[in-house]
Design a protein around this ligand. Structure first.
Ligand code: TRP
Length: 334
């Protein structure tokens, strides 16, 4: 039975900074698609966050729409959920400003993602990269969610959002619900195929990432080339990062346990295993791609979803923002 009042609320988002990978699918999108039945869900495309790293405007615009079409292609229903672009709801940027005045320079300096990204983009260490977690806190706190489904690497960002919310509530009385991170059990962390000690990334232009829109041939080529150690036994073991990663991918797509996989490939070697992983991934992606192609070719429908999504999101977001403006002491004519 559907009852919005007793359902818990969740919010999550993905940056449109490239094409989504199987890591995004297994770690986020696929879980969202199952959570939509049990939760009141807000899913956004966080375009404001994407420009903390330099983007080509025409590509960013395309990637925003592609990301939405992929949300739909994996089965996230725009009737059941609120799907929207972050930049279409001005309250995100507005709350971020207010929250930035309740966030300490020291705590932002300690964020590992900031340290990593400023090392990677040393020619563009902009203030937005530094205040990124404040905007993310605003994304979350505007919707008063109970849970925020994220990958492990985002846990620190949820922590700081909670700290900011608690600080604000402490000064001005209860305003924000304190959200919990929600880490899905399976497939939360898919690693790069070429460098299996680092996370699979949307911006990897080499063979390390399998993109959701890669063709069958490309998927098979990339997985066949995946880095593995010098052994030959398909067994999950400490230090065998490449094989462990392929086993995680295979397990996530087939539902088979590591034990089952070890039995299935007993005595068969890496070559046969890689081929099976490649075929499985390519088959799953082609299903998603068929649906994606239908959605992406109907821009009118995508726009309609975005307009309705922004309206629904704004309704909730504005309510929180008004409350915040009142509490901090801004004069209102209403
Ligand atoms: N920082 C997240 C990431 O890179 C994206 C994000 C932005 C997000 N705002 C959010 C995720 C709010 C969850 C909730 O993956």
């Amino acid at each position: 039975m559907e009852n919005q009042n007793i359902k818990k609320t969740i919010l999550s988002g993905v940056q449109p900074s490239g094409t989504l990978t199987i890591g995004n699918y297994l770690g986020a999108l696929r879980n969202w698609a199952t959570m939509q039945y049990d939760y009141n869900c807000y899913f956004c495309v966080v375009d404001l966050h994407a420009i903390t790293v330099r983007q080509v405007p025409a590509e960013l615009r395309q990637n925003c729409l592609k990301t939405l079409a992929l949300y739909l292609a994996v089965g996230i229903d725009p009737e059941k959920n609120t799907l929207f672009m972050q930049s279409h709801v001005p309250a995100h940027a507005e709350l971020a400003w207010v929250l930035s005045c309740y966030t300490m320079f020291g705590e932002l300096s300690r964020m590992t993602q900031f340290k990593d990204k400023s090392a990677k983009h040393s020619d563009n260490i902009n203030a937005g990269l530094f205040t990124y977690p404040v905007l993310m806190a605003a994304d979350i706190l505007l919707y008063q969610p109970d849970l925020v489904p994220v990958g492990n690497d985002q846990k620190q960002h949820i922590e700081i959002a909670r700290d900011i919310a608690n600080r604000f509530n402490g000064v001005y009385s209860e305003t924000f619900k304190i959200p919990e991170p929600y880490m899905p059990k399976a497939g939360a962390r898919i690693m790069s195929l070429s460098e299996p000690t680092s996370k699979m990334s949307k911006s990897d232009l080499g063979d390390g990432s399998v993109f959701l829109l890669d063709s069958r041939d490309v998927v098979i080529k990339k997985i066949k080339r995946a880095v593995t150690d010098s052994g030959s036994e398909v067994k999950y073991a400490e230090g065998k990062d490449g094989i462990n990663n392929l086993m995680s991918i295979y397990s996530a797509f087939t539902g088979k346990s590591f034990e089952d996989i070890e039995k299935e490939f007993d005595g068969k070697g890496y070559g046969a295993f890689k081929l099976a992983v490649a075929e499985t991934v390519a088959d799953s992606l082609s299903e998603i791609q068929d649906k994606y192609n239908v959605f992406i070719s109907d821009k009118e429908q995508l726009n309609k979803i975005l307009i309705e999504g922004a309206q629904k999101a704004s309704y909730t977001a504005e309510k929180t923002l008004r409350k915040v403006y009142r509490k901090v002491g801004f004069y209102s004519v209403k």
